[in-house]
Design a binder for this molecule. Sequence first.
Ligand SMILES: Nc1nc2c(ncn2[C@@H]2O[C@H](COP(=O)(O)OP(=O)(O)OP(=O)(O)O)[C@@H](O)[C@H]2O)c(=O)[nH]1
Ligand SMILES: [Mg+2]
Length: 311
Amino acid sequence: MFRSALDALRRGISKTAAAVGGGLRGVLKGKDLDEDLIDRIESTLVASDMGVRIAREVVDEVRRAFRGGTAKRGSDAVGILKERLKDRLRGSDLSLAKVSAGPTVILVVGVNGSGKTTSVAKIAKALKDEGRSVLLAAGDTFRAGAVAQLEVWAKRLDIDVVRGSTNADPASVVFDAAEAAIARKADVLLVDTAGRLHNQEGLMRQLVKIRNVLAKKIPGAPHETLLVLDATTGQSAIAQAKAFGEAAGVTGVFLSKLDGTARGGSVVQIREELGVPVKLVGVGETPDDVEPFDADRFVEALFESLDDLKE
Ligand SMILES: Nc1nc2c(ncn2[C@@H]2O[C@H](COP(=O)(O)OP(=O)(O)OP(=O)(O)O)[C@@H](O)[C@H]2O)c(=O)[nH]1
Ligand SMILES: [Mg+2]
């Protein structure tokens, strides 16, 4: 699933890699470690938005190894950082939920403009490419043009959309979509929703209503609730994730716009602070620009420019 020919992840995090890897390169190339250098590694990592605490903890490992005499060169520090970060990002099941009987329901939520509708298109295409039948629910009846935007993607991908009229109750659209998904024996029902803030009580209640409708129609639904976070918003994405995670039963994060930021380190922080895995990353504006999040590949891509440090 989500295998694109181009190495989208590497392309996507090139800005972050330039900031982290490129930043460290100047500090470390050809150098022996010392306390001052280690402090500079720390400030580079802190600036990447991976979180101050985590940056300190991984750099502390380098410091300990240096003081203990096991890390001497810049390249030793890079090896330790990579291993520590991989450890922290690994684990837990990163694949999307998939039920054996009846449609699997994936609900997509997030704040305005975070990339929900685009991400729905990306997920829909990847699932369709896998041979699964997909139905979309246009649950954003709030913003004029939202349904049309989803329909444009759906048409290109040759996937059907269940829609209601503008300002229809989104829960009723979702109800119809759930019935249609059952009747057509769709493998997956993907629900796009309106952008909302966690403190907009009315809109958050609407989300609860959508969830209840889904649960009534399809056992266990929604099986996956993906929170779409805009990676370019850095710290604000973390705050949103915390608030949404509590209010909306989020099971995974879709981190969008990783191609537009040098703050891709937030992947690390989201994982740490929320206990919710980043399952997918968006790395561009077309339906092909998505990758499953792979901790090892992410960390390797982040430090790619340091690979020749040993020489
Ligand atoms: N570069 C880049 N742009 C993206 C990505 N994902 C979405 N976008 C762009 O972000 C903008 C907003 O995307 P939408 O999918 O409309 O966001 P949304 O969350 O559905 O927005 P609302 O429905 O208004 O809340 C669009 O211009 C998208 O093309 C991504 O991974 N990379
Ligand atoms: Mg939208």
